[in-house]
Design a protein around this ligand. Structure first.
Ligand code: ADP
Ligand code: ZN
Length: 525
């Protein structure tokens, strides 16, 4: 099986998966979770959308007792409480927006010792009863969201935030403060007012890893693409990530045949064999490890010069984590990620076939879409990647698309033809058959189904087979069509495609991948 049983994880990561349904931490989250769970005083500065709530919600589950969360935004607190309850976590909020019944329910959970997270509006702190109640409730952690509200000079100043320092002193528990505001004055004021001037462990790290060159390539012949990439980097340590255990073994073999020093690594190996690979990788120069996602947790080698993906990772988070293993020393490092229509189909069906609840599946599709959008990006990849993690940036000058901006063309007409082929055949067929219809190929399947009588039959003779495949792949990348796992990858149109079909929106496609597909020798059917 692909990936499924590949990660043996420490407690935090196990809960990340079990409770929140996330495969990996986002950049920065892992270290913050560790520090907060350990009981350090923490100040974490993260961009909005970077995933800071997880950095106190997860430690709240790892520590005994109750975590008090102070946040200025009632709507946000209610959202988080609802979200946590859906995940099966006992959480409640005390705010001015509560009905008396809601407040009673929170008190009951508190007295029964079931409550794990208690969200508190700051004005509650002015109430002596609240402070007494908290002193008796077994609080083990205070988390402060939007911690910059304690700054009298900022425009979000909340006078009640000034009481938080007092609460911390009274309870004698660690405090974790979160904000997206990074200026030194605000940091200093947070330290002074929330931590009595004692420096907390501070996390201020942009997500960017500017020394890592980013590149994606459509999958053509993956083995030779990987061999070519490795050949140009002979003698430098690298990792090749593969989607299956078999593939790690065969690619490692091919690399050795090419004169590289290479070994494979996956979750099906004996622990001592795995340890041997880890140890060799740590000390040997120029070793290539060809691995499943099982390889990574213990990898702490600063001078990994390159990471290649022979198969598309699961999500944009996994992608960033895996390429992030390269170039920890800050020296230039290179990456290449291969992706093809088969990868997209496989990743979709893994999500659909999993037994996760519908909301979680929808979120997984979203994270996969984000990665596909990055694969099919029309502009700087780093800009798009950082933007996903909440960080604004300029074009980077260190990705394949900055090196060589892609040629784009108006693909609206091609996409409409492709959509119409799918719709006129009841959204019941996969890419191969739809391409046959578009190109007017007289196959048995086409004739048996009477698809040669369709108005769409042969309307796409202007493009070659490989070019249509590139159009379909980009359509999948933009999530205009999705393969239906229950019906052998039949392509189903999504809502995103409606405005294009109706002529209300146009779409740009990359010309270069299409041209490259046309250059290729015609494939034997
Ligand atoms: P903010 O930093 O603005 O508070 P949130 O905590 O609301 O951000 O998180 C933003 C989004 O990121 C949420 O939709 C959350 O579900 C998602 N998210 C957080 N951590 C992860 C992760 N490790 N993997 C995938 N998605 C994540
Ligand atoms: Zn760039």
């Amino acid at each position: 099986p692909r990936d499924a049983d590949e990660s043996a994880s420490p407690p935090g990561e196990a809960l990340l998966k079990e409770v929140f349904g996330f495969d990996v931490f986002r950049p920065g989250q892992g270290e913050i979770v560790d520090a907060v769970a350990r009981g350090d005083n923490v100040l974490a500065i993260m961009p909005t959308g970077g995933g800071k709530s997880l950095c106190f919600q997860l430690p709240a589950l790892m520590r005994g007792g109750i975590t008090v969360v102070i946040s200025p935004l009632i709507a946000l607190m209610r959202d988080q409480v609802r979200g946590l309850r859906e995940l099966g976590v006992c959480a409640g909020a005390l705010t001015s927006g509560n009905t008396p019944e809601e407040t009673d329910a929170v008190w009951t959970m508190l007295h029964e010792g079931r409550l794990k997270l208690l969200y508190l509006a700051p004005e509650r702190l002015a109430n002596g009863g609240t402070q007494r109640m908290l002193a008796e409730a077994g609080v083990s952690l205070i988390a402060v969201d939007e911690a910059h509200c304690v700054s009298q000079w900022g425009h979000d100043f909340r006078p009640d935030y000034l009481r938080i320092g007092e609460l911390r002193r009274a309870l004698g528990v660690p405090l974790a403060a979160f904000t997206a505001t990074a200026d030194p004055e605000t940091q200093e004021e947070i330290t002074r007012r929330l931590f009595d001037g004692e420096e907390p462990k501070t996390f201020l790290r942009g997500f960017d890893r500017p020394n890592i060159h980013l590149a994606f390539r459509p999958k053509d012949n993956p083995r030779s693409q990987i061999l070519r990439f490795a050949a140009a980097r002979k003698g430098r340590s690298g990792i090749v990530y593969c989607g299956t255990r078999n593939k790690t073994e065969s690619i490692a073999g091919a690399l050795r045949d090419d004169g590289h020093s290479a070994c494979h690594y996956h979750g099906g190996m004996f622990p001592e064999d795995r340890r041997e690979v880890e140890e060799r990788f740590a000390v040997e120069d120029g070793l290539i490890v060809v691995a499943t996602v099982a390889f990574g947790m213990g990898v702490d080698k600063p001078d990994i010069r390159w990471v290649a993906h022979a198969d598309l990772p699961k999500s944009i988070e996994s992608y960033y984590q895996e390429i992030g293993r390269a170039g920890r020393d800050g020296a230039p490092a290179e990456t290449m990620t291969l992706y093809g229509a088969d990868d997209i189909r496989l990743r979709r069906s893994q999500i659909d076939e999993g037994n996760a609840p519908p909301e979680r599946r929808a979120a997984d599709h979203g994270r996969l879409n984000a990665l596909l959008g990055l694969a099919e990006a029309l502009g700087c990849r780093r800009q798009q990647l950082l933007n996903y993690f909440g960080e604004a940036s300029e074009p980077c000058g260190n990705c394949d698309l900055c090196d060589k901006p892609p040629l784009v063309f108006d693909g609206t007409e091609a996409v409409r033809k492709a959509l119409s082929a799918a719709l006129r055949t009841g959204e019941s067929f996969g890419m191969g058959h739809l391409v046959d219809i578009l190109m007017g190929n007289d196959t048995d399947k086409v004739r048996q189904r009477g698809h040669d009588k369709l108005p769409t039959f042969g309307v796409g003779r202007d493009l070659k087979k490989g070019q249509w495949q590139a159009v379909f792949r980009q359509m999948m990348g933009f999530d205009l069509v999705r393969p239906d796992a229950d019906r052998h990858g039949a392509l189903v149109m999504t809502d995103a495609a409606v405005p294009i079909l109706r002529g209300q929106e146009t779409i740009r496609l990359r010309r270069d991948v299409i041209d490259r597909a046309a250059d290729r020798r015609p494939q034997v059917k």
